[in-house]
Design a protein around this ligand. Structure first.
Ligand code: AMP
Length: 280
């Protein structure tokens, strides 16, 4: 495993691999790696001659400076895990390497960036598009791996790839969960004992809501979820939406011929958690 800090060094290495007709797969991450990330990396290692994992806490996708500051950074442990997973190349640049000057690019993401996470975190997806476009340009992979944990991000990245006219296969990987159902996330380390004990309620509620489809239409199901969270003193529901998996528009009726995904964001004691579940 080789670790690079600069785009130039990374490019030199990958150009050589490309000349040797090796396939390249990319897994973008912000580090603080857990088994969710590991599932993406293992798949990239399996499916490509060369697996590249980037570790970069991207400042432009944080709308809350406090959140950026306290984002966990565990590079040594991350490198150990990536070594065990047989990763070929790690790209771990500093901020100045990725943003030598301010990035003022605005991406037209067709409104996908305006709903749910986009509404709660203004500018978030434009920041994601900035860094992912830079990583795509630096690595130029045949395949790039993203987790369904960040379902809206996955849809946004597909749109971005189209926009950039890059021939990259975006591979969608299932959500990895703790034994009690909580979706793994780098932010889970911030949960204190009580919050951690309460957090599985999020996934449990998504599953119960899917059961309730038989009795309630989408509008009433939204109300049911809202009321379920009102009874939880520790948790604030930011949103619960049932959307189609292409345009992320609200589903009006179960008979609508679209793939339906229920997406949720919840704050527990100031920690923001997201999750989602396919509803058909
Ligand atoms: P992050 O480091 O949070 O930016 O995540 C990097 C990638 O790992 C993204 O594509 C995430 O969707 C994915 N990921 C994070 N958590 C999980 C999880 N629990 N299961 C599957 N993929 C995940």
């Amino acid at each position: 495993m080789i670790v690079y800090r600069t785009k130039a060094d990374l490019r030199t290495h990958l150009d050589r691999d490309r000349q040797a007709e090796k396939s390249i797969g990319l897994v973008p991450t912000m580090g603080a790696l857990h088994a969710g990330h590991a599932s993406l990396v293992s798949r990239a290692v399996e499916e490509n001659d060369v697996s590249v994992v980037s570790i970069f806490v991207n400042p432009t996708q944080f709308n809350d400076p406090g959140d950026l500051k306290k984002y966990p950074r565990t590079l040594d442990a991350d490198l150990q895990l990536l070594q065990k997973l047989n990763t070929s190349v790690v790209f771990a640049p500093q901020v100045a390497e990725m943003y030598p000057r301010p990035d003022n690019r605005l991406f037209d993401l067709g409104g996908l960036d305006q709903v749910m996470e986009g509404r709660q975190r203004p500018g978030h997806f434009n920041g994601v598009a900035q860094i992912v476009s830079k990583l795509f340009e630096a690595v130029n992979p045949a395949k790039a791996y993203f987790g369904q944990k960040d379902f809206q991000q996955l849809v946004v990245i597909r749109e971005l790839t189209r926009l950039l006219e890059m021939d990259i296969d975006i591979v969608s990987c299932p959500i990895v969960r703790e034994n009690d159902g909580l979706a793994m996330s780098s932010r889970n380390v911030h949960l204190d004992k009580k919050s951690r004990a309460a957090a599985p309620f999020i996934y449990a509620t998504l599953q119960k809501a899917r059961e309730k489809k038989k009795e309630l239409d989408p509008a009433n199901l939204k109300i049911w979820v809202k009321e379920a969270f009102e009874k939880q003193a520790m948790m604030q529901l930011e949103y619960f939406e049932i959307v189609d998996d292409k345009r992320l528009q609200p589903v009006k009726a179960w008979k609508d011929k679209v793939n339906k995904v229920a997406c949720i964001a919840v704050q527990i004691n100031g920690i923001r958690l997201i999750d989602n579940l396919h509803f058909d």
